[in-house]
Ligand binder design. Structure first.
Ligand code: NAP
Length: 266
């Protein structure tokens, strides 16, 4: 299965909140769920998946390997634990969540081990997240661009990450946009509000449609049924060239996910 373009994010959602969000999402038609070892919710995501009745081969499940599990001896056991929590035999996609802080562990070591996890059948596809161009070059040198199913990065109208996005396009790397709604901030943006009014849509839907039209997958999160449904419907929108150009002017380098262990961004 290729990566479905519209997925459901689960960052920050814990306990019953994540169970409800994933259950509602699956009911509404989402078939792509994005979690991570550090989110502490893989078991609840697994519970919601198991109780949904959606056949396993119809849903695409991603998890991400945390920075403390990047060593040669930790990575594969950590993915086996993720599979146990998720109640799955195989992930659809396993990502390196962040490059090793200060590059304490070499890209070659964890990309080789991730490729080994794939060949052992733990994941159907592998990829990366929060990689800079330098990290991407190293990853490509180790496993080849065709083995990297996606690079998941923060992308929204206020952070368009143009350098790394251009590098990915040049090398045929698919992009997945995380925080595509700038954690809800898109709702207050006047240009997006104006375009939304023209389409009888919401600014959130416009932000998602804009990313989808660039060929990205998007993984918005929501705890509200109405928002989950609206985000799914963003796929039906089509923005004009002029509208896409207007949204491109909203770039302001506003990075929301920037922990102290982040790499030096491009
Ligand atoms: N790889 C990484 O390092 C990384 C980092 C961050 C995030 N991610 C992934 O990306 C996913 C998305 O990012 P995110 O959850 O941080 O932020 P987001 O999806 O940009 O925004 C979520 C926020 O927007 C609100 N919202 C959602 N749909 C809406 C709508 N239609 N109208 C108005 N408000 C709406 C939600 O509130 P309600 O709940 O009230 O709807 C929530 O407060 C995460 O869940 C995670 O899976 C990955």
């Amino acid at each position: 299965m290729t990566i479905p373009v519209l997925g459901l994010g689960t960052f920050r959602l814990q306990g019953q909140h994540v169970i409800d969000s994933v259950s509602m999402g699956l009911e509404l038609g989402y078939r792509h769920i994005d979690t991570a070892q550090i989110y502490g919710n893989e078991a609840e995501v697994g519970q919601a998946l198991a109780h949904s009745g959606v056949p396993r081969n119809e849903v695409f499940v991603t998890t991400k390997v945390w920075t403390e599990h990047l060593g040669r001896d930790q990575l594969i056991p950590s993915l086996k634990q993720s599979l146990d929590k998720l109640r799955l035999d195989q992930l659809d996609l396993a990502l390196i969540h962040w490059p090793s802080p200060d590059d304490a562990i070499a890209v070659a070591e964890y990309m080789e081990t991730l490729a080994e996890a794939k060949s052992q059948g733990l994941a159907r596809q592998i990829g990366v997240s929060n990689f800079t161009i330098r990290h991407l070059e190293q990853a490509i040198a180790v496993v080849g661009a065709e083995e990297i199913a996606t690079q998941q990065i923060e992308l929204h109208p206020f952070l368009q990450n143009r350098q790394v996005a251009a590098f990915c396009r040049e090398h045929g790397l698919h992009l997945t946009a995380y925080m595509p709604l700038a954690y809800g901030k898109v709702m207050q943006e006047p240009v997006l509000q104006r375009i939304a009014a023209r389409h009888g849509a919401t600014p959130a839907q416009i932000a998602l449609a804009w990313l989808l039209q660039q060929g990205c997958s998007v993984i918005p999160s929501s705890t509200q049924r109405a928002n989950l449904a609206a985000n799914l419907q963003a796929q039906a929108l089509s923005l004009s060239e002029e509208e896409q150009r207007e949204i491109a002017t909203l770039e302001r380098g506003e990075r929301l996910a920037n922990p102290e262990f982040a790499p030096r961004w491009d």
